[in-house]
Design a binder for this molecule. Sequence first.
Ligand SMILES: [Zn+2]
Length: 117
Amino acid sequence: MWEHISVKTELMKRNLILENQALCVICNQKLDSVRHLSFTCDEVWKIWGRWCLDWKVNWVIHESPKFLFLAWNSLCVSNDKLKIWILVFYVITWSIWLLHNNIVLIIRNGIVISYMT
Ligand SMILES: [Zn+2]
């Protein structure tokens, strides 16, 4: 599953874009990889961290997204909340992917968004 996700580092490996064009669109600091986009991006990690904090779970980032997924599903949460716990993995990763794609579309279309404070 993970190897089929289209991220900029894959385009860079195929010499379709330059390294400076392969930065994460969310943080604009690190190369856009599946692992970075899904978990290690500072902004994305805040979401995972917040969820784990609310559930009082300590979670460590594994090198491989596949093992992260397996580790998530094997974390000890009570049986009555296990379905929610597993579902949230998909909700968060899907939401991050949608955010990523929305930012890419905004950049591609030159749309400027200003937020009122
Ligand atoms: Zn990032």
